[in-house]
Design a binder for this molecule. Sequence first.
Ligand code: TYM
Length: 334
Amino acid sequence: APRVFSGIQPSGGLTLGNYLGAIRRFVEMQDEGGYECIYCMVDLHAMTVWQDPAALTRNTRELCAGFIASGIDPEKAVLFNQSQVPEHVQLAWIFNTVARMGWMGRMTQWKDKAGKNAENASLGLFAYPALMAADILVYHATHVPVGEDQRQHLELTRDIALKFNYDYETEFFPITETVTEGAATRVMSLRDGSKKMSKSDPSDASRINMTDDADAIAKKIRKARTDPDPLPETLDGLEGRPEARNLINIYAALSDISAERAIANVAGQQFSQFKPMLAELAVEKMAPISNEMARLMEQPDEIDAILARGAERARGIAEPILKETYRIVGLVGA
Ligand code: TYM
């Protein structure tokens, strides 16, 4: 059966980008049936840049609440945090010996995050994609739903699987498929249409947080940067208007229609007409999730119990795959 794996870093609040680009797709794949779904809070990845310990704990629980509030059912999907399944790190070490320095150095996320000061970046940040490959391949996952920004990492995951299979004359690791679908695989900042909507942007007005209440959501959309022209008839007319294009993509994704349909629906409208409609839609879709997250966060023990149970199920899958990997590479005792 096809197996789905994906992960999110508990490195701060969740954004509308995480929701539309990733979580919503996770829920769909869970509900479609026919997939075995494994969803992970990648706490060890988050630590590749400094995390305050208390904040890391809280953010991990909040992320779990976000998954559940969005419709992930911990009975159906396997839901857990990475550090409770040591097989991820154990396989990552093997992959550290497979991956090449040059491959890692070409990753745009590494270049963006390390910036000009690579000497001062953590070794973990450089090795990040090998741990990510291990997350996926320790379950022999076949499908990985992600936003656009993770495509390059998933190509690297395939390169690692291919090189491992070649080096050890095996076909043990599957070549995983990247799943990016829908109108919102790259949600942009509400303040700058050339930048990705991100939890690490210093401006809170640049993003909608999944914990924002109805007022905050509506206000941020009303204040979103736009241009003075009315909306065009077709998507071609949005060329060179990244902020407008972004709002149309958000509108399309929230209403579950294509961007083509979305622009046809609102053709000719002024932003003064379009934005209040979009704000209402965003509140209608997102406010119930943020309310449910707040409710779940009042029961941290229950969240911890869900994660512990998920980790146990995850280990049941990962353990034999790691053991077989150890055997293939010749480690005594495997
Ligand atoms: P992370 O934590 O940055 O983001 C989690 C997911 O949300 C998507 N996303 C977006 N999609 C659309 N528009 C945006 N503005 C936006 N911002 C974020 C991301 O593409 C991602 O799907 N390296 C990963 C975490 C990871 C992982 C994995 C993912 C670790 N191991 C294994 C898949 C499989 C990351 O940093 O995602």
